[in-house]
Design a protein around this ligand. Structure first.
Ligand code: KIV
Length: 303
């Protein structure tokens, strides 16, 4: 019943909160990658993938065009990360990103996709004040942008917010280890969870966010052995970024993965294309054609 005879996909040109509404009581498919073809992926699908031991890929996306490429490529979960701050909006860090920006970018990603579960980051300052503030802003992302889930950083300190969101029907992805919104407190982007005390704290945090109801947890820049231990101790999927091969899923920032980022990328990034060079070459070739009078040619011209 799952493959091919599910509820019709929502048209990407008609974004709304309904665009991310999962079909009610659908049996999860036998396979996440390629198995969900005619509806949105749901958090239930991710739970069953964990039970089957099936790994899955997640990528960031910040606009409709790029998101549509990843959706067509079958990436089951797209994260509208607040990494948009550094990767898309030209800030130094994720800290300046606002709720209005996240709503605008998330709505574009929802519009560009039919199948992926869209998770949007709650940006710095939009949830730390109180669980009520977290719910207010998560509701904006769901109602105004149409996302299917939100992500927030922090372990024990964020548990009350996670609990309230989950009670209110908001699926929450947690984020532990290196939490970029704390860059100024951390003094940069160091690997986290090294040493016995830090490792125990991370494990405690992971168990706490799972008990609070998170449907998945991102583990960023933590030793692979610790990530493996967390993954084995949780019922919910772990999504690794710089956390080794034993996580249930992996996420990369798309501009890093595709070679769009200028300059150095973190050690954990694998670059699958060189789009920055390709796009630069295309722009230089176009400029040379215009300057040399070779573009537009006869076939590009109306008479
Ligand atoms: O904002 C982001 O892109 C993220 C990922 C790095 C997990 O949080």
């Amino acid at each position: 019943m799952q493959n091919g005879s599910l509820s019709p996909a929502v048209a990407p040109s008609a974004p709304s909160a309904a665009a991310q509404t999962p079909a009610v009581a659908e049996k999860p498919p036998a396979s996440l990658y390629g198995g969900v073809t005619s509806r949105r992926v749901t958090v239930r699908d991710l739970a069953s993938a964990k039970q089957r031991g099936e790994r899955w890929p997640m990528l960031t996306a910040y606009d409709a065009l790029t998101a549509s490429v990843f959706d067509e490529a079958g990436i089951p979960v797209l994260l509208v990360g607040d990494s948009a701050g550094n990767c898309h909006l030209g800030y130094e860090t994720t800290v300046p990103v606002t709720m209005d920006q996240m709503v605008m970018l998330s709505a574009a990603v929802v519009r560009g996709t039919k199948r992926a579960l869209i998770v949007a980051d709650l940006p710095f300052g939009s949830y730390q004040e109180s669980p009520g503030q977290a719910l207010h802003n998560a509701a904006r992302l769901m109602k105004e942008a149409g996302v299917g889930a939100v992500k927030l950083e922090g372990g024990e300190r964020s548990a009350p917010a996670i609990e309230l969101l989950v009670q209110a029907g908001v699926p929450v992805m947690a984020h532990l280890g290196l939490t970029p919104q704390s860059v100024h407190a951390l003094g940069g982007y160091p690997v986290q969870g090294r040493g016995d005390e830090a490792a125990h704290q991370l494990l405690r945090d992971a168990k706490t966010v799972a008990a609070a109801g998170a449907f998945a947890v991102v583990l960023e820049a933590v030793p692979a052995e610790l990530a493996a231990q967390v993954t084995a101790s949780l019922q919910i999927p772990t999504v690794g970024i710089g956390a080794g091969a034993d996580c249930d899923a992996q996420v990369l920032v798309w501009t890093d993965m595709a070679g769009m980022t200028a300059g150095r990328v973190p050690k954990f990034v694998k670059q699958y294309a060189d789009l920055r060079a390709a796009l630069g070459d295309a722009a230089r070739a176009y400029a040379a054609d215009v300057i040399g009078g070779e573009f537009p040619a006869a076939e590009h011209t109306f008479h």
